[in-house]
Design a protein. Structure first.
Length: 334
């Protein structure tokens, strides 16, 4: 997990995507899974699980867009609702979710509009090979979306008030953000540094810190990250990325201390608890790790905790508990 937000090999991209998925950052997870699939190739042994990740992220994004469409319909936002529903249809690989969006789009709310074409699929989209009728995600699909749609998708699942703040940063910032997502670090930094001439803020400093780290300039990255936190100590992305940075550089005690503060201050509490358990495991405190993972089984991150807990229980000789846990949390989808 450590350093997974920054490295770019296929294995690191998958870890990064899984980390994003566990945090509910579905747009970033989907993009990272797409990048991983491109690097791995369609016939790689890991490709099937990566495709499942793409499907899971896309389905989650589609559900969020359907919910948003229903919300804006209630306040008369017909055009915006249509955009959300059409986007949900593009993203969903689960036929039930896609049909839900289509039914709403073809409902009485949109009677004056031409009916949308029905998309039919019967395959299970979350496991197994993709059949002829299954909607297959690909790198090209991400680029079918407009730049504005890509930016909105990418920031929509950021924690707290960050989606609103990122969307309010302006078109120039959005263009830099998309360059960063496309691995054009130099282009993104050029835009960010130009914007910084008008004044510092935690978002710009954070994004610059991530890019400088990606380029290998750790001292500059750490200083910019600390400057961002000085401006806004409650920024959850800054807090969690600082922990990632500390753990990646072997400063586990500092990372654990930061995580304990996040838990106390209720900043990404569940993600912080999961990360703290990972650190306990990495530093050999297996008893503490098992205890923390066990506490999380009843939370929204229960499956992620179970995936880590099962092998630890097995290694500790608690095979019965491991099997029961695996049966409950890690069973197949079909």
């Amino acid at each position: 997990m450590f350093g997974s937000l920054f490295k770019k090999g296929p294995e690191q991209l998958v870890k990064k995507a899984e980390s994003y998925l566990s945090q509910g950052r579905f747009a970033e997870a989907r993009i990272a899974f797409l990048d991983a699939l491109e690097k791995l190739g369609p016939d790689a042994p890991e490709a099937a699980s990566v495709r499942k990740g793409i499907a899971d992220a896309g389905n989650s994004l589609a559900l969020m867009n359907i919910d948003e469409a229903e919300h804006v319909l209630n306040v008369g936002g017909m055009d915006k609702a249509r955009e959300h529903l059409e986007l949900a249809i593009k993203l969903a690989e689960d036929v039930t979710i896609r049909e839900k969006a289509e039914i709403t789009l073809n409902s009485s709310f949109f009677q004056s509009e031409p009916a949308q074409a029905k998309i039919v699929s019967h395959a299970c989209s979350s496991c197994g090979p993709h059949g002829a009728e299954t909607h297959v995600s690909s790198e090209s699909e991400a680029h079918e979306l407009s730049l504005r749609e890509q930016f909105e998708l990418a920031v929509h699942t950021l924690p707290g008030d960050l989606p609103r703040r990122y969307l309010g940063m302006g078109e120039k910032f959005a263009s830099g953000y998309l360059k960063s997502m496309d691995d054009d670090a130099d282009g993104a930094l050029s835009i960010y540094h130009e914007l910084l001439q008008n004044g510092e803020n935690d978002i710009l400093l954070y994004e610059c810190a991530v890019l400088h780290h990606r380029q290998g300039d750790n001292p500059k990255a750490e200083q910019m990250l600390l400057n961002a936190l000085g401006l806004n100590p409650s920024n959850p992305l800054c807090r969690m990325t600082l922990v990632e940075f500390l753990a990646e550089t072997g400063r586990y005690s500092e990372a654990a201390s930061e995580l304990e503060k996040m838990i106390e201050q209720d900043i990404q509490r569940e993600q912080a608890r999961l990360f703290l358990a990972d650190i306990r495991q990495a530093t050999g405190d297996i008893t503490a790790a098992i205890d923390l993972y066990s506490q999380m089984l009843s939370t929204p991150l229960g499956k992620a905790a179970a995936e880590r807990l099962v092998p630890l229980l097995d290694q500790s000789g608690r095979t019965g508990e491991a099997k029961a846990l695996a049966k409950h949390f890690l069973k197949g989808c079909c």
